[in-house]
Design a protein around this ligand. Structure first.
Ligand code: ADP
Length: 255
């Protein structure tokens, strides 16, 4: 499926937790059809940044934009409707639901039909549900899990659940996709498969933000890498530039 992306930009984003400054005025942009990786040591503010973009955390300072639209302070469901989807580090699925159901549950139906008609089950809603079914199949095909559509989601191995987690995020056809540590705990083959999927998502046009510890994977996939340390952006550039950046080497890799 085509996934036309939209630029995501944050300007001077700040966040404090009590006395701790988790983010001290971070500015960056992520472009459509590009993979923007966000790296940095533990506690550098990566998850906080994702949580602010998604509306889980209130912003103390700064502006978040999807395209021209200012989404600062929006609640999570509105951010989702504006075309931003994310995956979670630990993919959890309720017991006994199938892969297909897990993905269908990720479809943001109100985006197509609006709340009242979905509650009243008007014809428009039924049509949307049918579209969703085709959409779920298309997404399962894209992530390579079509053959497991009827399997129990929760009982799949971690690598497969990670692909499913991406499928769940993709079914709403996001313009901006935030991937949070999706490679952790996977073996080499699984990481390679995930890498291919992320490239396919980029090729489909989406704006991809990749928060990832696996530096090799980041160097391999990213178009642009943004490096955070102690809540500040300390470097940004292409994989080549970042791999040879003195401050990144000393602060992040400790060499
Ligand atoms: P990263 O994802 O890069 O490991 P985080 O964004 O999780 O970093 O954390 C950045 C800093 O903010 C850390 O010092 C962390 O302890 C703190 N922090 C994150 N979330 C909270 C919270 N909900 N309450 C208090 N402190 C938090």
């Amino acid at each position: 499926p085509a996934l036309p992306g939209t630029r995501l930009s944050v300007e001077n984003l700040g966040k404090r937790f009590g006395g701790l400054q988790a983010l001290g005025g971070v500015s960056l942009t992520a472009e459509p059809g590009r993979i923007t990786a966000l790296i940095g040591p533990n506690g550098s503010g990566k998850t906080t940044l994702l949580n602010m973009i998604c509306g889980y955390y209130r912003t103390d300072a700064g502006v978040i934009r999807v395209g021209e639209r200012d989404i600062t302070g929006w609640a999570t469901h509105r951010v989702a409707r504006a075309g931003v989807a994310r995956t979670f580090q630990t993919p959890l699925f309720p017991a006994h639901i199938s892969v297909r159901e897990a993905v269908a549950a990720g479809a943001y139906t109100p985006r197509y039909v609006g709340m009242p008609s979905s509650i009243l089950r008007l014809p428009r809603y039924r049509r949307a549900a049918a579209e969703d079914r085709a959409e779920v199949t298309a997404v399962l095909r894209m992530v390579g899990l079509e053959h497991l559509a009827d399997a129990e989601a929760a009982s799949l191995p971690l690598g497969t659940r990670r692909l499913l987690e991406v499928a769940r995020a993709l079914v709403s056809r996001p313009q901006v996709l935030l991937l949070d540590e999706i490679a952790s705990g996977l073996d080499e083959d699984e990481v390679a498969r995930l890498g291919e999927l992320i490239r396919a998502i980029r090729a489909a046009g989406a704006t991809v933000i990749l928060v990832e510890h696996n530096f090799r994977l980041v160097l391999d996939l990213a178009d642009t890498i943004q490096v955070l340390a102690r809540g500040e952006l300390i470097a940004s550039g292409t994989p080549d530039e970042i791999e040879n950046h003195p401050r990144v080497l000393s602060e992040y890799l400790g060499v």
